[in-house]
Design a protein. Structure first.
Length: 174
């Protein structure tokens, strides 16, 4: 009889992954921090975009604008955007009274960029020479985002058909 040697084969085991060098692998906190940073940067990018336009559909922007309007605009333009009584009649100094910002006025006849510049810089810098504006500028009191929020609030109070008409002025070629 031939002698048979039992051949033992070493059972192959899956190669174990060598332990990671902790010096080369960022700790879990770094990953969480990176994700949080990305989220904040994304939010700020969206917020920056929102703060450079008047969006009557943005509830946060409209609510902020309502507070600012009450504090800075309502005294002249009325708590309900109704404007000064007889707003189309000149004052003794030749300027006009504060117009309404509701649909009965002419605010919606202007593009957002014009309304923003007029609010920021005041009427003296924006009105034609033959027109005397008493509108002060708010560049020193409100941020650009605040001014856009006030405009969003005003626009949110207009009927939908007025919003759509005014929004066409904001389109290229509008």
């Amino acid at each position: 009889m031939a002698s048979r040697k039992k051949q033992r084969t070493k059972q192959k085991t899956p190669q174990e992954t060598p332990p990671k060098d902790p010096r080369k692998t960022p700790p879990q906190g770094v990953w969480i921090g990176a994700l949080a940073t990305a989220a904040v940067v994304g939010y700020l990018a969206l917020d920056r975009e929102a703060s450079h336009r008047a969006d009557p559909e943005n509830a946060t922007q409209v609510a902020h604008g309502a507070e600012l309007y009450a504090a800075h605009c309502a005294e002249c333009h009325g708590a309900n955007l109704e404007g000064d009584e007889n707003w189309q009649m000149p004052l003794a100094d030749g300027g006009l009274r504060a117009p309404p910002h509701d649909e009965s006025g002419h605010t919606w006849h202007h593009a957002d960029a014009h309304l923003f510049a007029y609010s920021k810089n005041g009427g003296k810098d924006m009105a034609p020479a033959q027109f005397k504006s008493n509108m002060p500028g708010f560049a020193e009191k409100l941020t650009d985002g605040d001014i856009w929020a006030v405009l969003a609030y005003i626009k949110s109070r207009w009927p939908r058909h007025i919003q759509l008409r005014q929004d066409r002025l904001n389109s290229p070629g509008g």
